[in-house]
Design a binder for this molecule. Sequence first.
Ligand code: ZN
Ligand code: MN
Length: 443
Amino acid sequence: MMLQVKKYIPIIGLEIHVELKTKSKMFCACDAHHFRVEPNTHTCPVCLGLPGALPVPNAKAVEWCQLIGIALNCSLAKHSKFDRKNYFYPDLSKGYQISQYDQPLCFKGEIILTNGTKIGITRVHMEEDTGKNVHKTIDGKKVTLVDFNRSGVPLVEIVTEPDFRKVEDVDEFLKSLQKIIRFLGVSDADMEKGSMRLEVNMSLSNDPQKLPNYKVEVKNINSFRFVQKAITYELKRQTEILDDGKTPVQETRGYQEDVDKTISQRSKEDAQDYRYFPEPDIPPMEFDEIYLQNIKNQLPELPQTKLNKFQKEYGFDQQVAQFLTETPEISEYFETAVKLGTKSKIDPKTIANLLKNKRIDWQKINPQQLVSNLSQSQNQKGLSDAEIVKIIQKVFADNTDVVTKYKSGKTAVIGVLIGQVMRETRGMANAKTVNSLIIELLK
Ligand code: ZN
Ligand code: MN
């Protein structure tokens, strides 16, 4: 038998851009909202890069960037500044992006994955988004138009250490980062809409102690679905090159989801290529202890903390706790309902189960209503059988096809009916009673 040896170890680091959902842009008072907005309507001399226009930093965006840093266990800089990153592209009218070079707002953080792997956070800094090139055909001619609505929207860049060795870890990290950002309420962090964008730096090493002498950056991964595919493809490509005794070219590649491949875009640029220098129009920033403490105090409970708390306080299993901390909306709903329900001694487990088993549509019934329904049913010991029968008959009438299926022998469809009835009763009926009544009535 041949011994299978893994020849190369993947060395992966991430760069993530997150668009903040502040009201105004980073350096001007323009409305920062730009999704499905008439082109070039949210613009002014500053974000169009007209001569003489002066940038004024958005204090809220800086605070939110620092909040992200705290949530990622970073240290916060006492002194920080903005720098100009110079390059040319049509969507960058100034010819430079205002970013941060050697004094990022936040640095040296970490996130621990569930398998214990520590992912270092190199830095979290503040910058501005660019405009958007729009490719169109007008009067039969292919043209590129520029929309500056996105130009100057606050953008936070999060850079990790090259600590990932497995694709699965990248996936877990991104999902937990997205969750943290959503719980902070500072961004939608939506990959499909571009409010969370990912660049992956990848190389392969045959010596775990040493970083390889090249790295490839892969861009254009616009959905969670493609993270794993893009990385897997690229690592395979690099393996083949190394097997041939060559070294992969240091470059930037774009992932093309239609063909599931990465395509070379350009040679990878170095920091020096951008001729960074301090932004002369914005004074350096100084943050005192009182300011920084105030930001730390603003940190809400993060999803992981909530998850542990739910398990400990209410004895929920991993699955239920996970479900209740999936989005800030659902966990807030649950916690509000529990709070409102304490007086009438409603068991948090009842509320959790109703939510988890989709017995109620929590987007349609508010926590107050839910709790009052539950306490009513607690007092009355639920709906009477006659009331339940009425509801069942209505559900039957609305789902004649399901009833026919059941009668033809596909008894598994009964779940559909039970679910419908439970939803109609808004959790006020006993599930066992509903179950036996349905079976009875189907005979
Ligand atoms: Zn503007
Ligand atoms: Mn950037």
